[in-house]
Design a protein around this ligand. Structure first.
Ligand code: 3PG
Length: 210
């Protein structure tokens, strides 16, 4: 994975998900997160306009690190790269997507949830992966177990990470950063309360730095 992205993830330690049915709203969410100090954003392909959101965010905030999440296939990997993704995150391990990302020189963090999947990722040359769904497959304990064996791998746990357990995940030395949707709650977005998102971003940074 690119050194630049690793350094950024190491510095921020938190990767918020951006999901919206509307491009303008996605821009407002992103702006709120950036105002709160989080500049690594994962735009998830979970709505019909997700690719438009990704492109708009990447264009509007060129200094942010804008990646695409929930990328499920090689075709989607090509799409998100064309739309400006700086990095790719997927819930599972798809060799065809890894190849597309590698060929394009774009960092990819595929999801793994077992030692076997991690070993497959390792044999593809990957040293940075997502652990998903982190809280269901063992949380910080599985990260400690996996990292005692795969000693050169860094993890981005997501799935069930929240302000109450963020510090436990970040305390595991092999954890680079945590991802999650808790920073962009649907109710705050529906209410147009983007200030709440900025506050959640600031709170997460405070936890990460404590
Ligand atoms: C992801 O795509 O990484 C997960 O959906 C995040 O899980 P969370 O909603 O529990 O944070």
């Amino acid at each position: 994975m690119s050194e630049n992205l690793i350094k950024t993830l190491e510095a921020k330690r938190v990767v918020p998900l951006v999901q919206s049915e509307n491009v303008d709203t996605a821009l407002r969410i992103s702006e709120a997160l950036l105002e709160g100090g989080l500049d690594v954003l994962e735009v998830v392909l979970r709505t019909d306009v997700a690719l438009d959101c990704l492109e708009a965010i990447a264009n509007e905030f060129p200094h942010a690190h804008v990646g695409a999440g929930t990328v499920l296939s090689a075709e989607q990997s090509q799409d998100v790269i064309r739309r400006g993704a700086n990095f790719i995150v997927s819930p599972g391990l798809d060799p065809a997507s890894v190849k597309v990302a590698n060929d394009a020189g774009i960092p990819i963090l595929p999801g793994i949830s077992t030692a076997t999947e991690l070993q497959q990722a390792w044999n593809m040359g990957l040293r940075t992966v997502k652990l998903f769904p982190a809280s269901l497959v063992g949380g910080p304990k599985i990260l400690k177990a996996l990292s005692s064996v795969f000693r050169d791998v860094r993890f981005m746990p997501t799935g069930g990470v929240s302000p109450t357990n963020l510090h436990e995940y970040l305390a595991v030395p092999a954890v680079l950063a945590c991802g999650g949707s808790w920073l962009t709650p649907e109710d705050a977005i529906a209410a147009g309360d983007f200030g709440a998102i900025t506050q959640l971003a600031k709170d997460a940074i405070a936890i990460a730095q404590s």
